[in-house]
Design a protein around this ligand. Structure first.
Ligand code: SF4
Ligand code: SF4
Length: 426
């Protein structure tokens, strides 16, 4: 929702929408005939020997590729492994896709045990791929010196409602999750960042509750870091270098619920946004193909329509309905072909809209010129590339339809790659 100023020089405001009655009962998507889960490791043919086609698996079983302590995924269904394949995620990230044909539900006999002491290594073992994708590897990395955990109960994009819903309706699971994380991390400082009305009526023992403004992008982690907690956004955007870790409310509630019920949470809460902008909160098993979710909502794709994981500001296009929902998929948005802004060759007309709206006061037009030319280091050194909190507002308002956010993300990615190569050569 946009509020435009009467005076042309003031910034337009984008306001997070509060949950309404029509959204508060998530619609459940039936279990698909097969789910596909992703392991954070490039596919190698020898891995097909570890998780062979035909191998039975049970809900809650930890599926790793050879090394039991290495990257793994928790099976969200019982059934039979159909196969392993290579999968390329955002920015070329190489993963292994594990497809499981769904069978009769049976819990894994040797899985998560709520009576086991909740150490970080134990949580990392069972919750890394839980709904909300808790950043347990960062928390468990003793070299990072984490001193502050921030739970965010707001959503990173407009039109998405996962964390707001959790903050409003799952307070017991949240409280238990906080207690477990306090024991595991021994951190003195845990902060709950909650937007608007979500803050009322709930108390979270052991946390400091802070209110974030209702205007977008205030609830985004980097904005909370920058505007509410008063930190400078680190040059690589990695908040752990400041000793701060952000975790979604959904992830904390998933941990808490498992300790309360003894069962791992296997369903993801997400918002479906159709071509008309109608929204519906839904739950679907992690690994459900997008195709099945669209069918449930009677959404048909036509030529040129765009499928997006995430909301309208920061979402990323996906290329096939066969892709499955992941632990951090908070929304699936379908954009009508007629509304898809074709990337144009229009040049920047120096209108200044992007500068006026940028919450990080970045000289966006200059930044874009350097990024377009592939001069990433200059973009970082001279024009604040790393101060960008990736809110997408500049792209949204740009009349020349320059894909500014995509340039920024690509620039950061390229610089990170350069840094990795330099470090490897040292
Ligand atoms: S440069 Fe664009 S994406 Fe980055 S903070 Fe500014 S408005 Fe947001
Ligand atoms: S909004 Fe677009 S056209 Fe306007 S100054 Fe920024 S980059 Fe240039």
């Amino acid at each position: 929702m946009t509020q435009r100023s009467f005076f042309g020089f003031a910034k337009p405001r984008f306001i997070y929408e509060e949950l309404t009655d029509t959204l508060v009962t998530p619609q459940s998507v039936p279990l698909p005939s097969a789910v596909t889960l992703y392991i954070d490791k490039p596919y190698a043919q020898k891995d097909a020997l570890t998780l062979k086609s035909g191998t039975p698996v049970k809900t809650g079983e930890r599926l790793s590729l050879g090394d039991d302590e290495g990257p793994a995924v928790i099976a969200t269904v019982s059934g039979t492994i159909q196969g392993l394949s290579a999968f390329t995620g955002d920015y070329g990230k190489r993963l292994t896709a594990v497809t499981i044909e769904v069978g009769k539900d049976e819990p894994a006999p040797e899985g998560f045990d709520p009576a086991a002491p909740p150490t970080l290594s134990y949580l990392k073992r069972y919750f890394t791929t839980a709904p909300g994708a808790p950043p347990l590897a960062s928390l468990a990395d003793s070299e990072r010196g984490i001193s502050k955990l921030v739970i965010y109960g707001g959503d990173a994009d407009l039109l998405t409602h996962t964390n707001q819903y959790v903050a409003k309706t799952r307070s017991e699971a949240l409280k238990k999750g906080i207690e477990v994380l306090q024991t595991a991390t021994e951190l003195d400082e845990i902060i709950m960042a909650l937007p608007g009305e979500t803050i009322q009526g709930h108390e979270y023992p052991g946390t400091t509750v802070i209110n974030v403004p209702a205007s977008y992008p205030s609830a985004q982690p980097l904005m909370v870091l920058f505007k509410t907690l008063g930190y400078t956004v680190p040059s690589d955007g990695d908040t752990t270098s400041l000793g701060v870790v952000f975790i979604r409310a959904e992830a904390v509630a998933a941990i808490g619920s498992a300790y309360l019920t003894g069962k791992l949470v296997t369903d993801k809460l997400l918002t479906i946004i159709d071509k008309q902008g109608n929204r519906c909160l839904t739950t679907a098993r992690l690994g459900t193909p997008v195709r099945q979710i669209l069918a449930q909502f009677k959404i048909e794709l036509a030529d040129g329509d765009r499928l997006i994981f995430g909301g309208p500001m920061t979402g990323s296009a996906i290329f096939t309905e066969d892709q499955s929902i992941m632990p951090d998929t908070d929304a699936i948005m379908v954009q009508d072909a007629a509304d898809v802004s074709v990337c144009t060759d229009y040049p920047c007309i120096n209108c200044g809209d992007c500068v006026r709206i940028c919450p990080a006061t970045i000289p966006v037009p200059m930044l874009v010129r350097f990024l377009e030319a592939g001069q990433y280091e200059e973009a970082a050194d001279l024009y604040d590339l790393f101060s960008c909190v990736e809110c997408g507002l500049c792209s949204f308002v740009c009349p020349s339809r320059i894909p500014i956010l995509q340039y920024i993300k690509l620039g950061k990615y390229e610089l990170a790659q350069i840094l990795t190569v330099e470090e490897a050569n040292e």
